[in-house]
Structures are given as structure tokens and as C-alpha cells.
Design a protein around this ligand. Structure first.
Ligand code: ARG
Length: 563
């Protein structure tokens, strides 16, 4: 059913000695408007070769191609426009989708492992909106990459190590209570930490105490380790609540602490490779030649840093997973850090440093301002999600009061709305968050796509008809079904492009578009009429539902069959 190939072949037969198939294929475009055909061939390159006006060449080509297997071939200016036969395209696409189901547009060829560093919040601190974005974007990228043949490995690189844990231990021992930590771990640990900083201004000896405790921690002191482990577990429990609501899982929670015993080897290796330099008592790797600020490897007191642990993590991931690509879904503001990371690994002689990619993203704003993440964002986050569920439930109560399992559906719609909203903008764009808008059943929203899919499912239930998927039984000739079928045909390319660009928004925008075209079809065609095209119309409805459901799945959003 490769219609593009057919266009290439037709052109190739008459252009043999001028352009080869590959060149022709690259030149072929998809016109934006359907009155300009389904494929278009621009005659500019031929104009150079033949030294004739491209308009004239287009006219000649269109005339010559008239007899070929197209509904119409037409010259418009310097373009030759090809129109595929409606019935042929519709039946080909629909029968493919019905036979492949959710494997439609999947690639089976195995492309190797991809590690995805995602979410990665810091222990004893609130999860920020940035961590939430990283979680949702990383999860979608993992689903998209899986579909095109990669094996994704989702890694939560927890911020669970560093001098701040020395401070936290001192603060807890001085002012903390076990009950407080159990009841509300993150907010209370944060409170101790803030208190430490206030006190340390008046009593600088507290800093020495904290250094001592971090040293103890690094040296595996029982008491220090026990407290650290407890802080980590309690924090993680809270993070887990959010992950459960979002339906996101991880393959590894190896955070920064995991690399503690791998630090010496890194510092040693950098020394051996003659890359370390002293600067004000600290050890650095100079990156001046690459126009980057120096990478900080070790402080004057011997403590290692964020960068050192990322170097160890990168090498560990290569050795453990032998990744084809290694992604880091982390906010825009850490761009410099990941450039440095790549650069140092490159200088160490690891050619796979080219396979490391920082996948940055923009900020979530509120009323145009950066959302403050200072206080208890987990709670904020859970509040946002439960408010979304509540709003979704209110709309369902209004539209479909007798729906069974309302709670479950409201959860899928509310949470799905928040995720969809996060993913529908280009990931680098900042976007404003307005809950009412997020959960609307109309407009560019997740609920709109879900609702359209539920509508398709309800038509199928009403029809109560087993679709015959024989291609000859799937032919439709009207323009509305043709627009839907063409959009369904595009899904392959869309998934491919989203994977290449690590850009879930490509799928989200596509899903909205497909839903809109389907709703036009629904508004203009009497789908359930008992005539000879009933089977074909229902088959198109089913195929659309397959692709809408799969699009939503790739974003990490569920598609209820009824809502
Ligand atoms: N914990 C870090 C932060 O909150 C993000 C870690 C990202 N991953 C990494 N391998 N550096 O800023």
C-alpha cells in the first residue's frame, strides 16, 4: 500500500535518464491542502537539467502520466500533483490497521538499548514541576522508542548524595523528631535543612560538624548510613505516590549514591589520562578549548561532585547496558552541564560520548510566571491531579450520568488531561498551566481525544456488527472518509518523526488532528445507515479508534471505551 512508491515508480519510468529513484523520492512532497493532491513533485531540479521553465515541464509530465493508476494527475504551476483513488487508499489503510491492531506503525527490527535518565528528583526536597515534566516526557519517549524497535531502560537518577546529607543529619539530630519525618517526610526534612542554614550563619562550627557527618557517610559509618537510608526511603515513598497516579514505572532507582564506590576510579582515570588540573585547591577538567567552563571533579576537601557522579554513571550505563543511545531528560537550565559531561567523556577517549543526548524542556508557568516549587510540591502536584479528576468527574456526571465505573474513568480522564497538556506543546516551549482549560472536553485537550475515541467505540457498540476486513469490502469514495484515511496512513511517519526528534508533541498534535477529522466525518456521514457501505464505514471507525488509542498510549494516557 505504499502510495508514495507508486508515485516514484511512475515518475521514474519517464525520467529514467534524468533523475534516479532515490532523488525523486526525496523531492516528493505532501501538499498541505487536499485540493493540491496527495503527493506533489516539484519540477525545479528538472528545470535546471532541461533548461526549461518548470511550469512547462510540470504540464508535460502531468499529460504523460495521465494513463497511470491515479485518480488524477494535474499540473499546478511548477508542481505535478498526484491524487490517489479514494476507494483504493481507504481500503488499503483500513485493512492494514485492522490486521495489525496496535502493532500498526510498530517496527520489529531490534535497534538496541536506550537508557533514559528521567524524573530524578532530589531526596528530602520537594519534587519540582521540572521533575514532573521530566517524568511525563521521559515516559512518553520510552514508549515511542519502544514502538520503533529500541529497548528503553528508564533510570531514576535520584539526587541522594552530596554534602547536604551531612547537614541534614546534623539538623535532624539537633532539632528533628522521628514522628515528624514519618508524618510528612519531605516538608519536615526541608524544614530541618532550612533551619540548619539559618543556624549555621550564627554558628559556623555547624558546617564543620556537617562535613564530618558527610565524611562518615562516605566511609560507611553505621549511624550515618542508617539515617540516610531512612530519609531516602521516606522521600521515595512520597515520590512513589505521584508515580503511581501517573502510571509511570522505572527500571532502576540507581541514584547518585550508587556511584559512591566508583568515584576513586574515575578520579584515578582522569589523572592517568592527564586531564585533571588544580584550580584554587579543587580538581577540574579544563574545557576552554571547547568554549565551555571547566568541569568540577573534586573539591579541595576531597569530596566529589554532581559531575563526577554523572561521569561514573555514564560509564556504568555503557558497561551495563551497552546502550545505542543514552538520553537525559532534564530541564533546559542544565544544558551546560551535559555539554561538559559529553566533552569530558570525549576527552577520556570514549567515542560513544556522541551517543549521549540531553533532551531539554521548558518551564511550566502560571499566569506567565515561573511556578514556585518552594513549598510542598508533592502536595501541590497531588492536588492538581486530584482537582483534575474532580473536574473530569463533574463533566462526566453531566454528559453521561449512568456511566458504570465512573471513578475509574474520571481518574483516566483527569490524569490523562494533565499529562496530555504537558506533552502537546513542543517540549522546549514554556507553557502556562490553567486547570479548567486542561480538562475541557473540547479544544486541543486530552479529554477531547479520549471523548472522540469513546464516541467511535459507542458507534461500534450500537452497530453490533462484526467488521469484514476483506479489502474489497472496505472501499469508500466520499471526501470525509478519505481525509480520515489519509491521516491514518500518516501514522507511520508521525511515530518515526516523534522518535527521531524525541518529541511527544508530534504524536499529541496528530491525535488532535485525527480526532477533528473523524468528528467531521461523523457529522457529515450517516455511518449507521443500512446500505452497501455500512461495513466499510464501520471499519473506518474501528481503525480510527485503534490509532487514537495507540496515540494516547504512546503519551502515557489511557483511552476509556466509554465516558
Ligand atoms: N537531581 C537533579 C536535579 O534535580 C537532576 C538529575 C538529572 N540526571 C543526571 N544524570 N544528572 O537537578
Amino acid at each position: 500500500m505504499n502510495f508514495k512508491e507508486r508515485v516514484v515508480k511512475s515518475l521514474q519510468t519517464i525520467l529514467q535518464d534524468k533523475l534516479d529513484g532515490q532523488t525523486i523520492e526525496k523531492l516528493i512532497e505532501r501538499p498541505k491542502y487536499s485540493h493540491l493532491g496527495d503527493y506533489a513533485f516539484p519540477a525545479f531540479s528538472l528545470a535546471k537539467i532541461e533548461k526549461r521553465a518548470p511550469q512547462q515541464i510540470a504540464l508535460d509530465l502531468a499529460k504523460e502520466l495521465q494513463g497511470d493508476d491515479f485518480a488524477k494527475v494535474e499540473a499546478v504551476g511548477p508542481y505535478v500533483n498526484f491524487f490517489i483513488k479514494h476507494d483504493e487508499l481507504t481500503s488499503a489503510v483500513v485493512s492494514t490497521i485492522l490486521s495489525k491492531g496496535n502493532q500498526y506503525a510498530s517496527q520489529s527490527e531490534s535497534k538496541g538499548n536506550v537508557t533514559i535518565d528521567m524524573s530524578s528528583p532530589n531526596i528530602a526536597k520537594p519534587m519540582s514541576m521540572g521533575h514532573l515534566r521530566s517524568t511525563v516526557i521521559g515516559n512518553s519517549i520510552s514508549l515511542i522508542l519502544d514502538k520503533v524497535g529500541f529497548d528503553p531502560i528508564k533510570i531514576n537518577h535520584l539526587g541522594d548524595w552530596g554534602t547536604q546529607f551531612g547537614k541534614l543529619i546534623v539538623a535532624y539530630k539537633k532539632w528533628g523528631s522521628e514522628d515528624e519525618v514519618r508524618q510528612d517526610p519531605i516538608n519536615n526534612l526541608l524544614k530541618y535543612y532550612v533551619e540548619f542554614h539559618e543556624e549555621a550563619e550564627k554558628h559556623p562550627e555547624l558546617d564543620d560538624e556537617a562535613r564530618l557527618w558527610f565524611k562518615k557517610l562516605e566511609d560507611n559509618d553505621e549511624e550515618a548510613l542508617k539515617l540516610w537510608r531512612w530519609f531516602r526511603e521516606e522521600s521515595l515513598k512520597e515520590f512513589q505516590r505521584v508515580y503511581d497516579i501517573l502510571g509511570v514505572t522505572f527500571d532502576s532507582y540507581n541514584g547518585e549514591a550508587f556511584y559512591n564506590d566508583k568515584m576513586d576510579a574515575i578520579v584515578e582515570e582522569l589523572k592517568e589520562k592527564d586531564l585533571l588540573k588544580e584550580s584554587q585547591g579543587a580538581q577540574i577538567v579544563d574545557l576552554d578549548d571547547l568554549d565551555l567552563s571547566p568541569a568540577l571533579i573534586q573539591k579541595s576537601d576531597g569530596a566529589t561532585l554532581y559531575m563526577t557522579r554523572d561521569l561514573a554513571a555514564a560509564i556504568y550505563r555503557k558497561n551495563t547496558y551497552n546502550f545505542a543511545e543514552s538520553l537525559y531528560v532534564v530541564g533546559n537550565e542544565q544544558s551546560e552541564h551535559f555539554k561538559q559531561l559529553k566533552a569530558v567523556l570525549g576527552k577520556m577517549g570514549y567515542d560513544w560520548s556522541d551517543d549521549i543526548r540531553h533532551i531539554p524542556f521548558g518551564l511550566i508557568t502560571s499566569g506567565g510566571k515561573k511556578l514556585s516549587t518552594r513549598k510542598g510540591n508533592i502536595i501541590l502536584l497531588e492536588e492538581v491531579l486530584s482537582d483534575a479528576v474532580r473536574l473530569a468527574k463533574a463533566q462526566i456526571d453531566e454528559k453521561n450520568p449512568n456511566l458504570p465505573n465512573k471513578e475509574q474513568v474520571a481518574h483516566e480522564v483527569g490524569v490523562g488531561a494533565v499529562i496530555f497538556h504537558d506533552l502537546r506543546n513542543d517540549r522546549l516551549d514554556n507553557f502556562d498551566f490553567n486547570l479548567e482549560e486542561v480538562v475541557r472536553f473540547e479544544g486541543d485537550t486530552g479529554p477531547y481525544v479520549q471523548y472522540t475515541n469513546a464516541r467511535a467505540q459507542s458507534i461500534l457498540r450500537k452497530a453490533n456488527h462484526t467488521v469484514d476486513a476483506t479489502p474489497s469490502q472496505l472501499e469508500l469514495t466520499d471526501d470525509y472518509s478519505f481525509e480520515v484515511a489519509k491521516e491514518l496512513l500518516k501514522f507511520n511517519e508521525i511515530v518515526q518523526r516523534a522518535a527521531e526528534k524525541y518529541e511527544p508533541s508530534i504524536i499529541a498534535k496528530y491525535a488532535i488532528n485525527l480526532a477533528q477529522l473523524f468528528n467531521k466525518y461523523y457529522a457529515n456521514q450517516r455511518i449507521l445507515d443500512e446500505d452497501k457501505h455500512l461495513n466499510a464505514r464501520l471499519a473506518l471507525v474501528e481503525a480510527t479508534s485503534v490509532v487514537l488509542t495507540e496515540s494516547l498510549r504512546l503519551l502515557g494516557v489511557n483511552a476509556p471505551k466509554e465516558m
